[in-house]
Design a protein around this ligand. Sequence first.
Ligand code: SAM
Length: 472
Amino acid sequence: MYDVKSPRAEEFINHDEVLETLAYAESNKHNAELIDSIIAKAKLGKGLSHREAAVLLDCDIDEKNQEIYRLAEQLKKDIYGNRIVMFAPLYLSNYCINGCLYCPYHRQNKHIPRKKLSQDEIRQEVIALQDMGHKRLALEAGEHPVENPIEYILESIKTIYGIKHKNGAIRRVNVNIAATTVENYRKLKDAGIGTYILFQETYHKESYERLHPSGPKHDYAYHTEAMDRAMQGGIDDVGFGVLFGLEHFRYEFTALLMHAEHLEAVYGVGPHTISVPRVKPAEDIDPDSFDNGISDDIFAKLIACIRVAVPYTGMIISTRESQQVRERALHLGVSQISGASRTSVGGYCEPEPEESRTDQFEVSDRRTLDEVAHWLMGMGYIPSFCTACYREGRTGDRFMSLSKSGQIQNCCHPNALMTLKEYLMDYASEPTRQRGEELIRQEVENIPNPKVKEITLRNLAAIQNGRRDFHF
Ligand code: SAM
């Protein structure tokens, strides 16, 4: 039985409810009247139910699809303005006891060199990331109770927050590690993590079990109920994701939204972010061996439909995608991107030679952070290195109420400008710095509250004079 509030995965991601939703969407994909009414509801910016959103995803009336794309772009502008939050992944360890068929870290892979960073190596990696200008990291690790126990992750977080090198600092550490216990989530919360990220990979139980044939990750319910445990452990910013290509995208889209509705119904707050990874080639992995790869057009439609369905949830696209795909995604709703990522353990200090690859998957966007920032600003976006919300305790529903109150232009926008200014002063190349200074000059004028504008101008001048770390 479908029950949005049930603690059981099979009830809040109820297979029959997904199938009924897909049948409903299929039978209404030409229903112009219904589609118009759903678009009208989406325009209110309060989101859609999984059934309504599934109809938009299936809609095959070209003119209505164009309207969905325009609406996604408009909602993105209204809620996030032109800020794009920047981050980088940091791979701590590729030791893993799981058997995930799509991931080169799987236990049976005997030819991938296994590596785990020591605290000293973490320091070197973080300094390399700080020297690029990064302030926000996503920690990544395989699941291995002996090599990467929770104590190792906690020690690594402490090390990272403790590194002060020139003007650099990592101010927000997000964590992407395997599903764990409420007790461990509480420890992560106490260690000061930002978002806890866990990709569902696929919501389709049967496929999930086939794709995860061995290891703790085989347990569908334990994995799918992880976000509930994270919430119970006090983490109220959680990040969802589906690995597109494994199962049919219509199934994943519907179930993803059902998962968001579940968290909202039980804990009063939905996911902080949704990531949209697609399966990529990797050592020992051929994406074509999975049947459900999606085209760039379907990918764009998915992003637009997620944007209109959950307008207040940040959306993340990684360097798995090319510059071109990322550019389109930014217009349709993506609010966070990674830059200059290395997906190998230790890859920021020493890029892996081809013959001993430890990277998790191939990245498509290989540009430097400076190039990414320059490109973003050329399109009128503000690369934001802001980490203020979680440092000010604006997490979970407190973050949601800030974004829903429309105060983003008086808070996140000036924070983006001040952190961009720091980036320009400390790390940018001359052309990027010039482009950024001009952008800041224009954008300060868009701060509505005169008092906030005055403080921002004062802080920008202080940053110019060598001071750092201002935020609202
Ligand atoms: N090991 C942790 C877990 O079990 O959730 C998470 C860390 S893993 C390093 C991060 C994510 O990379 C996985 O959740 C998966 O979605 C993604 N991934 C794995 N193999 C991939 C591939 N070949 N292409 C693209 N993404 C992949």
